[in-house]
Design a protein around this ligand. Structure first.
Ligand code: CDP
Ligand code: MG
Length: 149
């Protein structure tokens, strides 16, 4: 089953949005298979955003995700990578659809509440950055048969 890596960024934790955002993914039907509250160090932050190295927003973005605890999560489901990106909305909350997480909870691109993997390959890379294999749990979830065939 497809997995994605989602991170509730420091602004989401500080603003008390953790429960509301997790509820959206639970309500959608996604399955939580890994979760931890962590403080990201510089080495991890730089590896997380390595595709953006050299860009103007790289340093501020790296510093931001190190600034306060984040919630790192792995969610599972059919097409969950694309579904989660749709639910997050576009990168800039100022122009994100107001029905999306960034559109509902953000005002500025530098404080856009949530990170989500942009492809299955990115998800695999990012999950491995944040989780050991034994921290991803396999279990049967009640009602799975009512979500898809
Ligand atoms: O997070 P997403 O994949 O939607 O966007 P990205 O283009 O991969 O950029 C990664 C992160 O860098 C964004 O989520 C923002 O936190 C930050 N960023 C920024 O602060 N200013 C920009 N002009 C672009 C990105
Ligand atoms: Mg990205």
């Amino acid at each position: 089953m497809e997995k994605t890596f989602l991170m509730l960024k420091p602004d989401a934790v500080q603003r008390g949005l953790v429960g509301k955002i997790i509820t959206r993914f639970e309500d959608k039907g996604c399955k939580l298979v890994g979760m931890k509250l962590i403080k990201v160090d510089r080495s991890l932050a730089e590896r997380h955003y390595e595709e953006h190295k050299g860009k103007g927003f790289f340093e501020p973005t790296v510093n931001f995700i190190m600034s306060s605890p984040v919630v790192a999560m792995v969610w599972e489901g059919k097409n969950v990578v694309a579904i989660a990106r749709e639910m997050m909305g576009s990168t800039n909350p100022a122009s994100a659809n107001p029905g999306t997480i960034r559109g509902a909870y953000g005002m500025d691109i530098s404080r856009n509440v949530i990170h989500g993997s942009d492809s299955v390959a990115s998800a695999e890379r990012e999950i491995a950055l944040y989780f050991r294999p034994e921290e991803i749990l396999e279990y049967n979830k009640a009602g799975e048969e009512w979500l898809s065939e």
